[in-house]
Each structure stands twice: as structure tokens, then as C-alpha cells.
Design a protein around this ligand. Sequence first.
Ligand code: C2E
Ligand code: MG
Ligand code: MG
Length: 761
Amino acid sequence: MHREMSEERIEKQLKKIVRFVVGAGILLVIGGFLFAVILSRMTNHALTEQMHAETEEYSRRLYDQIASDYQIMDTFASIIGNSGITEREDFPELLDQANYENDFITMAYMDTSGNLVAAVMEQETTQNHISEIQEEAREVLLEAVQGKRQISRVFRGELSDEEVVVYGTPVYQEDEVVGALAGSSRIDIFREILESDMVLSSYGYVDLIDMEGNYLARSGKDGISGDQTNVFIAPYFDAEMSEKAKEDLRESGCAEFSFRYNGKKYMGLIETVGIHDWCLFSVINTRMGSREIYMVDRAASLAGGAVLLLMLGLLSYGCRLVWKNGRRLQQIAYHDPLTGAYNMIRFRQLVDQRAKKDKRYSIAALNVHQFKFINEIYGREQGDRVLRFIKKQIEKSREDGELFCRETADIFYLYTPMTDRDELGRRLKKLMDDISRIAAGERGDYQLLMCCGAAVVEEDEESLTLDQTLTHVMLALTRAKDIHQNNIWFFDKELHRREIMENYVEAHMNQALKDREFCLYLQPKVSLDSRKVAGAEALVRWIKPDGGMIYPDQFIPLFESNGFCVQLDMYMVDSVCRQLRAWMDEGIRPIPISVNQSKRAFYEKDYLERLTEITEKYQIPASLITLEILEGYTFENVDEVNRKIEELQKQGFRVSLDDFGSEYSSLNTLGQIRINELKLDRWFLKDVAEGKKNVRVIMEQIIQLAHKLHISTVVEGVETLEDHEMIKDLRCDYGQGYYYRRPISAGDFFDSYLKNERILM
Ligand code: C2E
Ligand code: MG
Ligand code: MG
């Protein structure tokens, strides 16, 4: 279960969490952004609405003020018109009195002739003509005498020396205009309205301006220092903005705008009031003006930020948890709980990766000699301590690119990029010696001995699986275990191949014989005079059920040592006789065939009987069978060999001495032994070809001596035309070798050489 937890899985889990949190974070940010945009729009809309409403309210207040001023004026006008007090001499005093009792600065009465009586607060009453007064006041009075109520522009009154507006209203006497009344009022009465706290929730200000932006009444709340007289020259209005505002104002009587000033955002509105070119100019701080929305916005941003932080926190916590959990699982899954070293699962994974990179590397297995006794005698705990100690020592000695693990019990594997056997041998020997030495120092009552098996993997052994390499390492370790001292055994490929073959051969030989897997192959023996096939040598081939062929070199030596060659040789004699019989039955002229005979078979007590039994079984003349024996047999007891040879020859068999010259043969041997044929080993030709001196002379001597002894001669291993020419020159009788033909199956041999050799019967 958890043991299979891999790094990839942990990585996948982490990625999942990160993806989820990042996704959620992005959604949150997008959501937050949309929310902010909507809030901002809502804010702007609400603020604009609010400004319109407040400007309207403000206009209304201005109108109320004007209306109330007019009411006072109208009341006076009515009193003046209907009472006829204008005719009275004390009319100037009466007017002064009236002026004193209301808020006007100046009150003036003008008759239809333009004569004017003006009462100015705290000044003497003056009497002059309309033509003598300020234009703004004159216009109002002239309109009023025409029966029209009129309010003047804002101007600086000469009499009061203040910014004023003048109200003008007609004075009627029985429906007839008899004069006009004017009253000037300080512009401050409007400023007081502008300064009222109710305006724009106290987070903005309203000024009274004209269409060109000139201040008529300034609330003084704008916080803009300096004494500029025009809103459009204020620092927050750039030329483009003011042009646009003026244009909007001209076209629709209303201009909306927004700007940033001192880091704060403002919205503004200019709207005409309906009196002259008066406009209300209102500005509001968006943040303060829409405090609730701003608070919601802030709260939402804070909440979003908090959620984002929380998510990031969760993400890091989750990742840490998964990572820690993964580490814990990895620790369990990939480590040996006793020593903390990697276990075999992890070792295999890592070796797979490293080996691909290194290409050439070695694996060694370290083992404690007689570890089970340590466990039994000193107790399991001590055994565990020893294992932990070994792990520590391996770890200490570890070099770059090396890996190690504990497999089971007392087996530690070490992977190393070192491939030089001597170098690796020294390195491992030192490790083992160190372990023994330190252990002896720590605990002197037993000696800790190690053994080590190692296998070197070369670059051309890519096909080798890790399992195979580990098997090789274990095979080497098995060998190393036999020697009771710190020692290293390297796996030997060739040796191992042979071992495998031997195992196979031994395990399968009996069944193979029964299943007729040993097949008869024939190699022609060629007469050097006529170049005709004068005979053949029977050579066994083991053909496995899967079609694979095993050559005699791979099993004959083993059969010689385990005695199976006796059965095989008889089987081959049987096969040869059976084949000769088959051909003879088909009317083919038979050729003599040589059969190799092992020492064991040759010395069998009933050897001759068994051979005779076979030749009789197939009704084959023994003269067709040549028995090839090896010179090695003859040394021990030449007389006995000769006796045996004679018996065989008496029965009709021919005897040939095979591989002559390959071992300790001497011309002396040749003189003693009663053979019919001598086969010179193929090494003679090899030596001649390599230019070894005297070899040709030796061959010549051997052949001459053989002829003198009436022994026919065969040279083996004829591979080239030169070989053929040379042995012919040496007057040898027969040649055998790849130059003529390789060993071929009996069927092929028949097709090649015998098919046309039928005897006419
Ligand atoms: P051998 O009896 O000396 O057989 C000759 C070996 O030389 C054969 O190897 C043959 O294939 C090889 N040979 C022939 N011509 C050439 C050549 O031109 N160049 C080279 N390099 N080699 C050549 P093979 O068949 O592998 O047999 C090896 C040995 O195994 C034989 O040597 C023989 O001693 C033994 N053997 C073969 N069959 C039997 C058998 O049925 N019984 C016994 N006891 N031994 C056998
Ligand atoms: Mg032979
Ligand atoms: Mg031979």
C-alpha cells in the first residue's frame, strides 16, 4: 500500500493542491477586481446622484433666500406705493429707518423721473439721479420702473464697498408704476448658505460661480490655498479638463468631471442655477463622500486579502503536510528500519537511474562471515548493533556516485562507478579491513570477518538486467564465502557461462540421449592424390529442442569426467553403423567412417564386445569403422593399449591416433603404437602459417616415419589452398578441414558426396 508511495505521487498531490489554491486565488482576485469595479461604478453613480440632488437643494436655498429678500422688498414697495410717503419731506429718513430694520445694506427709491433717494447703512442718506449710480444698480432700477423684478449681477458696491447683489422691484400706486425700489444685499448671505454643513455630507464644498468659472461666492471649504478667482485656474484643473467642462456647461447647463488632488480622488459637478449665468460648482471627495461604500470596498478588500492569505497559509500548510507525510512514507517505503540505509526497492530504483548515466559500473555485495552465530551466541541485539555499525562504516567510506543498501539480514549492496578490478578490490578490501579492525577495537571477544562478491558491468553489457547482475554478484559472493578471511571474489563471465552450460549438460544429457538430440555430423576426409572423399569423421552435435546447437567442446570434457562419454561413444558408433546400413540398403557404396572414442570407453572391459554387437546388429563390416583414440591414452600403458588395438584390429576395426602433436607426443610414441592411421593435429598447420620454423620439417619427418610403419596419415585443420598444397608436397595421404568442407549433417553429406555413388546391383 503506502510502500508504493512514490515521489511522483507526492509531487502529483502537491501539484493538485497548488493548482487548486492558485485557481481559487485567481478566481478570488478576478472576483475582487469585478467587485471593486462594480463598487467603484456604484460609488460614482451614487456620488453623481448625490451631487445633483444636493446642487438642486442648494439652488433651492438660494432661490429661497432671494424670494425672502424679494418678499421684504415687495412689502416695502407696497407700503411706499400706497402710502404716498415718497411725497413727504422726511421720506429719506423713513427709508433710512426701513433700511436699518432689515438686512439690506442699501435701499434706494427712484421715481419715474429717475430721481433717486438712497439709504446706506450707517451713512447719510443721499439724493441723486439714476444716471449717477453704478451700472449694475441702474439696470435693475430701470427694469423695475418698467414693471419687472430683477436681481443684479454680483458687483462691488461703491457705497458699501462690498460684494453685493441688488434686487429691484416696481412700486405701484393703484396698478400704475410710480417708481422703483432697490435693495442691495451682501453676497455673504449666499456664502453662508454655501458654508452650510449639510452640503455634500460635509465631505465636499459648493461655490457659486459664473459660466466662466469666476467665483461669485466661495464657500472657503475647498482647501485650495491662494487667492485665485477662477475655478478653472485651480491646480487640479488642467486646460483640457476645463475646456471640456466649459463646453458641457454651455451645451447642457451641466458639467461632470473627476480629478485627483493631493492623492485623493474627487468628483465634481457644475450646474447652472437659472439666475444670470450663475452656476453652482460642487466638489466631493469620493472616498469620504461615499464613506459607506468605501467602507464596504475596504472591508471587501481586507476580507479578500485575508482569504487570500488564509489560502496561501493553507497551501503552504497543505504542501508541508503532504511533503512531510510523503517523506515519512518514503522513509518507511525506501529505508531499512534497522539501519536507516536504503532498502532494496529504493536501491534498485536509484541504480536503474544511475546505471543509465554511468554505463560502466560495478555492484558489490558485502556479507558477514557466520553472521547467524553472532546472533545466536551474542543475541539478536548485538547482531543488530553489528549491522548498524557496518552501515555506518560503509556510509563513511562511500565515495562520489556510490549508493548502498541493506537487502536482508547481513547483506549490503554497494553500487559504484568504479570498474577497475584492482582499484575496486583495494577499495572494498580496505572497507572490510576497517570494519574488522574497528569492530575488534570496540569488542575484542569475536572477530568480525567479511566477504564480498562483485560484478563489473561494462558498457557493451547494456542488455544485462539488474536482476542478472545481482545474481552474478550473489554467485561471486557464494565463492567468496568459502574463504574465511576478508576477501573479494569477482564474477567471471566466461566461467559462469561455462558453469551454466555444464549445469544444462549434466541435467539434460540422459534425456537428450533418449530423445536422440545427439546428431551425427560428418566431415569428409579427402584423398590428397585424387581429391576424392575417402572417408569421413563422425562428429557429434547436440541439437536442443529449441533448435540451438551445442558443440562437442562444451560437453565432451564434462562427459569424460562424469563417464557419460561411454554411452555417447557407443551411441555414436551405433548412429554411424545405422547410417551406413541405411545407405548400403539404398545401394550406396559405403565409405569408412571414423568415430571418436573417449578414454573411458576405450578402457571399458566389454568395449570390443559392445562394438561388435553394434556392427553385427547392422551387419556392417568392422573395416568401415575407424576408432579415433587420443595420444594421451597411450602414455600410461603402451602395451595394454597395443593389446587392445590388436584385438580391435583382429575384429576388423581400424584404429587412428587423433590430435597427434597436440600434447606430449614424440616420434618415439609413434614407433611404439600399432595404429592404422595418424591424424596430425591442426596446430601444425597453424604453426606453419604463422611462420614457425622447423614445423614443416617435423611434419615431414612424422609423415615419413608413419609411412615406414605403414600408417596412413591425415592432416587436420586444412583451411586454405596453401595448406592443401603443402601437405600434398609432404606426401601426406589425406586432408581434413574447412578447406574441403565443414562438418555437415549425415543427410547433407549424402546429398553432397554419396548420392551418385550407387553400386549397380
Ligand atoms: P577432433 O576429433 O579432433 O575433431 C576435429 C575437430 O576439428 C572438429 O571439431 C572439427 O569440426 C574441427 N575442424 C575440422 N576442420 C577444421 C578446420 O579446418 N579448422 C578448425 N579450426 N577446426 C576444424 P568438433 O566437431 O567441435 O569436435 C571437437 C572435438 O570433440 C573432436 O576433435 C573430438 O575430440 C571431440 N568429439 C567430437 N565428437 C565426438 C564424439 O562423438 N565422441 C567423442 N568421444 N569425442 C568427440
Ligand atoms: Mg577426431
Ligand atoms: Mg583431431
